[in-house]
Design a binder for this molecule. Structure first.
Ligand code: OOG
Ligand code: MG
Length: 241
């Protein structure tokens, strides 16, 4: 059953076609949903993708309120999701993509070596971007793409840096790294704990996305999207059709 559910989600992503929710009918609890997520990611790895890190989700109230799920979750990142800073995102491969501003950590020696402004592109494989907790876990927490800006040493305080999300030069969301579990560094600790609890040890060179500081915004062809994080700088991409 786990493999069949993973196949359904994998096909939905590969064909950019939304599917109905699946967790309730399959009786999936969060633990079973992480099994589906793992099987889904294994399909990507079998096609030649490599793991590049993990992402935290629903670490801010703004995000919990937007999707109606109020638990911290985590998912896998692969090199197939990476978009270069200032690069291009092909929207035709996605269903109903959204962008959100994040902070990324770079791992080294099991600690944080550097931090960067980042953007995540999320694209729920579920119709209407509507899901339960086990659904979104099984769907690899809606992960679809990510951009990391320039790395820099971790500044003294990460607990209250201003965050802006801009689309075509206009500010569309504002927030603070304080929105991320009170301090974005807590998201890193949660990643170590939650992924570790599922047997995934974070490796040197991996990145950890801390989770969005604001709600996500829908993407349209031609959108130029930029995250600005106080003291850290910017990360951007352009959505092409
Ligand atoms: C779930 C993923 C949440 C975040 O940063 O909070 C997430 C979703 O919003 O579809 O990535
Ligand atoms: Mg996110």
């Amino acid at each position: 059953m786990i493999g069949e559910l993973a196949d359904r989600l994998d096909r939905a992503a590969l064909t950019a076609t939304a599917i109905p929710r699946l967790a309730a009918a399959a009786g999936l609890d969060p633990s079973g949903a992480y099994d589906v997520q793992r099987a889904l990611v294994e399909r990507r790895l079998a096609r030649g993708e490599r793991l590049t890190g993990v992402k935290m989700g629903l670490t801010s109230r703004a995000k919990m309120a937007q999707v109606g799920v109020d638990e911290v979750i985590w998912g896998h990142l692969t090199d197939g999701m990476r978009i270069g800073d200032g690069g291009r995102l092909d929207l035709t491969r996605l269903i109903h993509a959204r962008a959100e501003p994040e902070v990324a950590f770079l791992l080294s020696g099991s600690g944080v070596e550097a931090v960067a402004p980042a953007l995540e592109v999320i694209d729920s494989r579920f119709e209407g971007f509507d899901f339960s907790l086990p659904d979104v876990i099984a769907d690899n927490t809606s992960a679809a793409g990510y951009v990391v800006g320039p790395w820099r040493p971790v500044p003294d305080g990460l607990d209250n840096l201003g965050v802006l999300l801009e689309v075509n030069g206009r500010v569309v969301q504002t927030g603070s790294t304080a929105a991320i579990l009170g301090d974005a560094r807590r998201a890193f600790d949660a990643a170590v704990r939650l992924a570790g609890g599922r047997g995934v040890e974070l490796r040197d060179g991996w990145i950890v996305l801390a989770g969005a500081a604001t709600a996500a915004v829908p993407l349209h062809p031609g959108d130029h999207v930029r995250a600005v994080v106080e003291k850290l700088g910017t990360a951007s991409f352009k959505a092409a059709s």
